[in-house]
Design a protein around this ligand. Structure first.
Ligand code: ATP
Ligand code: MG
Length: 379
C-alpha cells in the first residue's frame, strides 16, 4: 500500500498544504514543534479515522472550525472480507488464492467541530459510514511505544486490537459489540447491587460476553502464536542479541467461561465491575524463562518492542495488507547499526521517517526529503 499524494487543510499547525509522494522512503526533517508528527498523524488519520494521540477536536487548527484531509493511495480494493476469519484468509492466500490487484483510491475526510460536530468520510467520491471505511493499513512506531511492557495491560490490548482490527472486520465489529455488552452488563450489576434487578437477568449478557470472549480470544491467540513463533529470530536480526522469548497470553477464554463467570458474580455485583472478558486480558514476554520487563536493559527492551512492532507489520503483510510504516522520532534512539537493520527489515514497505537531525538517517539516495518549518514544507 502506498500514499501518492495528500492535502491538508486546517489540520494542527498546517493551514493548507499539498504534497506529492514519489518514493517508498520519505524523510520528514524539521526542528522541534515544526509539524513533523502532525504530518504523520494526518496520514495515520486516513488509515484509522482517529489520531494516535488525541481526540478529533484537537486536530483542528486553533481558531478554525473544521479540518479536511484528502489523499490518493494505492491499496487493496477491499480491505474488508467479512465472514472469513483472517486465519482462513491467510491459509487461502498461502494456498495460491488469487491476489487482488492494488487499485487507486481517493480518500477524503472532513471533520467539523463547531458549532456542532459533523464528520464526512468519502471513498472514491462516495460518502460512506465510519464503520465501513476501507483505506489502507498502517503501522506506527512512536517513542511512547517504549512503555509497551513497562506500563499496564491497556497498551498491550491496544496493540492487539490495533493489529487485529486491521486484518479482520469481524474483530473490529466484535470490539464495538463488546463495548456495548460491557456497558449494559455493568449497568445491570449496579442495579442488582441496589436490588432493582434480579441476578437471573445477567444470563442474557453472560451469553453475549462468552461468545465475544471466545471469538476475540481466537483472533488474539492466532496473532500471539504468530509472534511466539517468530520473535526470537526477528529480535536477534534487529538487535544482534540472542535470547529465548516466550509470549504468554493471559486469557480467560481457554477455561470454562460459564463456571468462571458464576464464580465471579458475587464480586462483580459488589464492585459493579465486569471482571471477566477480553477487556481484562493481557500478554507478557518471558525472556530466558523470566518476565522480561524485570530483566532487560533499556536498549534490550527497545529492541524487543521494535521486534514486536515489526511483527505487527509482518502479520498484516501475511494477510495481504502490506502496511505503510511510520517511524516517528525512533531513529534518534537507535545506534547506526540498528537503524540500518531496521530499515533493511522493513524494505518493501513505504516508510515515513521523522527526525530533527538529518545525520540520524542512513544515506539513502532514493529517499524523498521533506523539510518542514512552522507548518510549511520548504521548496
Ligand atoms: N490544533 C492545533 N492548531 C495549531 N497548532 C497546533 C495544534 N495542535 C498542535 N499544534 C502545534 O503544532 C506544532 C508542531 O507539532 P508536532 O507534534 O508536529 O511537532 P514535531 O515537529 O513533531 O516536533 P518534535 O520534534 O518536538 O516532535 C506544535 O507547536 C504544536 O503546539
Ligand atoms: Mg514529533
Amino acid at each position: 500500500m502506498k500514499l501518492e499524494s495528500i492535502a491538508l487543510e486546517n489540520f494542527r499547525n498546517y493551514s493548507k498544504i499539498e504534497v506529492n509522494i514519489n518514493s517508498d522512503l520519505v524523510l520528514i526533517l524539521g526542528a522541534n514543534a515544526s509539524g513533523k508528527t502532525n504530518f504523520l498523524e494526518s496520514i495515520y488519520f486516513l488509515s484509522r479515522l482517529k489520531s494516535f494521540r488525541s481526540p478529533d477536536q484537537f486536530l483542528v487548527k486553533i481558531g478554525e472550525n473544521y479540518f479536511k484531509l484528502a489523499a490518493n493511495v494505492i491499496a487493496r480494493p477491499d480491505l474488508i472480507r467479512p465472514k472469513q476469519s483472517h486465519g482462513e484468509i491467510a491459509a487461502s492466500s498461502r494456498q495460491g488464492g488469487t491476489p487482488r490487484d492494488d487499485q487507486e483510491k481517493d480518500l477524503e475526510v472532513i471533520v467539523q467541530v463547531t458549532p456542532i460536530l459533523k464528520r464526512s468520510f468519502k471513498l472514491n467520491g462516495q460518502k460512506i459510514k465510519r464503520g465501513l471505511w476501507q483505506s489502507f493499513a498502517a503501522v506506527l512506531f512512536i517513542p511512547t511505544d517504549l512503555n509497551l511492557f513497562s506500563l499496564g495491560p491497556l497498551l498491550r490490548r491496544r496493540y492487539l486490537d490495533d493489529t487485529l482490527s486491521q486484518v479482520s472486520k469481524n474483530y473490529a465489529f466484535d470490539l464495538v459489540s463488546l463495548d456495548h455488552v460491557l456497558g449494559q452488563r455493568k449497568a445491570l450489576l449496579e442495579k442488582i447491587a441496589l436490588q432493582q434487578a434480579q441476578r437471573e437477568e445477567l444470563s442474557f449478557w453472560n451469553e453475549q460476553l462468552i461468545t465475544l470472549t471466545l471469538s476475540i480470544g481466537q483472533e488474539r491467540k492466532c496473532f500471539l502464536d504468530f509472534l511466539n513463533e517468530r520473535l526470537n529470530s526477528v529480535y536477534s536480526q534487529l538487535s544482534g542479541f540472542k535470547n529465548k522469548f516466550a509470549v504468554e497470553y493471559k486469557t480467560d477464554a481457554q477455561g470454562d467461561l460459564h463456571k468462571l463467570i458464576k464464580e465471579h458474580e458475587g464480586a462483580e455485583v459488589r464492585s459493579g465491575q465486569n471482571l471477566i472478558g477480553p477487556h481484562r486480558e493481557d500478554f507478557v514476554l518471558n525472556k530466558d524463562g523470566l518476565l522480561n520487563v524485570y530483566n532487560s536493559s533499556r536498549g534490550e527492551l527497545r529492541s524487543q518492542i521494535l521486534a514486536i512492532k515489526f511483527l505487527q507489520a509482518e502479520y498484516l503483510n501475511s494477510h495481504d495488507f502490506k502496511p505503510i510504516i511510520f517511524l516517528d522520532d525512533v531513529f534518534s534512539e537507535l545506534d547506526e547499526e540498528r537503524r540500518i537493520k531496521l530499515l533493511e527489515n522493513l524494505s518493501g514497505h513505504q516508510i515515513f521517517i521523522t527526525t530533527t537531525e538529518e545525520h540520524h538517517l542512513p544515506e539513502i539516495k532514493q529517499a524523498q526529503k521533506l523539510k518542514v518549518e512552522n507548518g510549511q514544507f520548504l521548496p
